[in-house]
Design a protein. Sequence first.
Length: 179
Amino acid sequence: MSKNIKTCFPEPESTSHETVAILKKLINLVYDESESGMWKISDSRTDTDEIRKMINEKKLIVARYNNKIVGSVAVQLMEDGTTGEFGMLVSDKACRGLGVGTSLVNAAEQWAKETGCQRMRLELLTPRNWKHPSKEFDKKWYIRIGYEPEASEPFELMYPDKIDELATECDFTVWYRKL
């Protein structure tokens, strides 16, 4: 892991429109690549309003490398009050292998511990009837850093209003790690 990677919750009042635009572009670009063939539409994982809301609510951790935004992860507290969740984990493709993802997951887990959580949760969307290379990589990486899959649900049961946006049948698998 590179010591030059810095993670933090951006300060709402000092977050520029340019920063929000960079985050939107990065998140949508990474998702378009890592979920290619799974969706009918592109450039739609997030928008500026959602990013601004997450920043204002201190639910988005940003990674910088040499003062450049290179990744982000969203965090939230689950309803049980003892489980933290991270999602929308992205790393700039040009910086992969530098520890951006690991730094962001570590920051998310640290946030969860400070919030009083006992475990961390994530959801991974995968095609039901074929193997997506990015998703297979993600599964191996999550196992390597200590996460275990617990349950899978068909996408259509969790998000029936978004089923028409999928290009292929998909499942959500929920993964956990004890903190």
